[in-house]
Ligand binder design. Sequence first.
Ligand SMILES: Cc1cc2nc3c(=O)[nH]c(=O)nc-3n(C[C@H](O)[C@H](O)[C@H](O)COP(=O)(O)O)c2cc1C
Length: 334
Amino acid sequence: MINLKTRYLGLELKNPLVASASTLSKKTSYVKRMEDAGISAVVMYSLFEEQISHDSLAFNYFMERGTERYAESLDYFPDLEQYNVSPDQYLEKIRRNKETVDIPIIGSLNGVSNTGWSEYAQKIEQAGADGLELNTYFIPTNPEITTDQLEDNYAELVKTVCDNVNIPVAVKLSPFFTALPNLILRLEEAGAEGLVLFNRFIQPDLDIENLEINTTLQLSTSAELLLPLRWMALLYGRVEADLALTTGIHTGVDLLKAVMAGATIGMVASEFIAKGVERAQEMLAEMEKWMTVYEYDSIEKMRGSMSQKRAGNPAAFERANYMKTLQSYDNRLL
Ligand SMILES: Cc1cc2nc3c(=O)[nH]c(=O)nc-3n(C[C@H](O)[C@H](O)[C@H](O)COP(=O)(O)O)c2cc1C
């Protein structure tokens, strides 16, 4: 009998396959289908700071400081009246999802400043969410903003939210931090019980014939799993918080890799968007089959078994392996 159970943010989950924040959670019928397909919890799409406080002072600070670009930047935002839903509708969606399914529903807030968040974090809690994910999607283009300022802001934001809610809080981070383990330590001290690694930025492409910037969102591939996988392996056993891996999980084997690197859960968006949420059933079956063949009986026992702390070759995750890997290409030269 294979045991896929895991515990994330204090929530008992029947398996480590969680739906990452995405468009899919905008429809309750999809959330129900996710539950039916075996997904163990759903992270809701994000409520964006821009939806809460279009012109909050703190938000302006980050957008505008040292530049004349704030007014211009407002044009880039979608018409907030039309952009998916208002904050109230978002809360209503959480309520409806909670009424419809038994699996945990995790709310999601996306922003950069620390004003106005606590109120909405509390409202998300009151709407029945079992947890809250904070997504700090921010591209620090302003050269006047220092690393310290930015990281202080993250820690402050997380502390403010954690101090004001009783549900567990996870923080979704980008991989672009100079000293990621230190930042994670600070976020844990601020109250974060989970870290979601990593946020996947939309990467604009250039259409050089029409001289336009193409911001179409490309779905991920399994190749993108390698970046969060490495950090999972490096962080496992070094941090207290639960680690969730997002980006690049497309198969049951990808999910097993995430767990063996050290993830408590794996989150999936692209695969479900591309192939339908019923794909979860196949992924779970693939996991169980693999575990049966290789005689593993529990996900808990597999966790972190290939982390840096436990792997036979810990240097493989660090600089030491770099030259050796490059050298392996020397033999391929004609
Ligand atoms: C269409 C779409 C919508 C998304 N919306 C959100 C969102 O509202 N909030 C968020 O934190 N992440 C959002 N994401 C990011 C996903 O949660 C996930 O972190 C990312 O896509 C990487 O996982 P994947 O490789 O399984 O796609 C979205 C992704 C997609 C593809």
